[in-house]
Design a protein around this ligand. Sequence first.
Ligand SMILES: NC(=O)c1ccc[n+]([C@@H]2O[C@H](COP(=O)([O-])OP(=O)(O)OC[C@H]3O[C@@H](n4cnc5c(N)ncnc54)[C@H](O)[C@@H]3O)[C@@H](O)[C@H]2O)c1
Length: 281
Amino acid sequence: MSDVAHRTAFITGGANGIGLGIARALARAGAKLALVDLDAEGLERAKAELSETTEVFTAALDVRDRAAYARVADEAEAKLGPVSILINNAGVAGGAPSSRMTYELWDWGMGINLGGVINGVQTFLPRIIERGAGGHIVNTASGAGLFAPPGNTLYCTAKFAVVGMSEALAAELEPQGVGVTVLCPGPVATGIMERTRASQPKVTKSMSTEQRGKAFATNEAARQALAAGVSPDAVGDMVLAAIRENRLYVHTDRVSAEPIKMRTKALLEALSHLSEGGAAA
Ligand SMILES: NC(=O)c1ccc[n+]([C@@H]2O[C@H](COP(=O)([O-])OP(=O)(O)OC[C@H]3O[C@@H](n4cnc5c(N)ncnc54)[C@H](O)[C@@H]3O)[C@@H](O)[C@H]2O)c1
């Protein structure tokens, strides 16, 4: 999609962080914005800021709520016209070591980080295809959707799925004039850790002092890495460029480079155990 001007973009998690950075970039490029988020106050702040640049619709929405999603989509399109740019970005960090995981945590993390993306695609893709005027979908995954840092099983499960879904959609939708981008950020300076802590279901299984110490150190290291990360506005500019150039993958730094190489090497080495015909050598 070479020109986003006058198009309507629907951005989940648009009140803060990367979603707001993408909103700013799209607004400057002339797109109209529908911003949805759980954070009603954040939405108000974003609307006050972005209304100076473009038309803005906001609505409180939990991306896990399918009925509400469809309702809000109708309202947004009634206000701003057909949505042709969908940014599935709402997400949470969080999780727990596998020994402490609960079904409640699985449902929460998968529901937002994967289910939210599925719900966005189910809501808008049929409309975009039926209108036949093209479009673009951006799914926010993570570097942790391309390689698996230890201790991130819940997050990686959802984000790997978002990468796979995006690759499959890109191949399928290209002939229909719908582009797909999967955003795989490294550390970005947002408040995701704090917001996640406020919304994540409590893990009731008790922790040993050693586990507690480890969890604290891991969280602190992640918090510091994020604080030193790329700015959300810079990520917004990268996403806008990828939409214009119809690029599938967006990295935000080179942090993933070595782990991706190691994973690819391990996958190819596993193939080398097969003879040319396919049976084990
Ligand atoms: N910050 C990073 O370093 C980083 C790195 C890789 C991937 N990501 C991904 O980027 C995306 C945006 O994260 P961010 O860092 O900007 O975080 P953020 O907390 O600043 O923004 C995320 C937004 O999503 C909203 N949200 C959370 N759950 C929601 C729900 N159920 N329904 C609707 N809105 C909901 C939050 O209220 C928040 O406004 C996420 O998908 C995250 O996993 C972030």
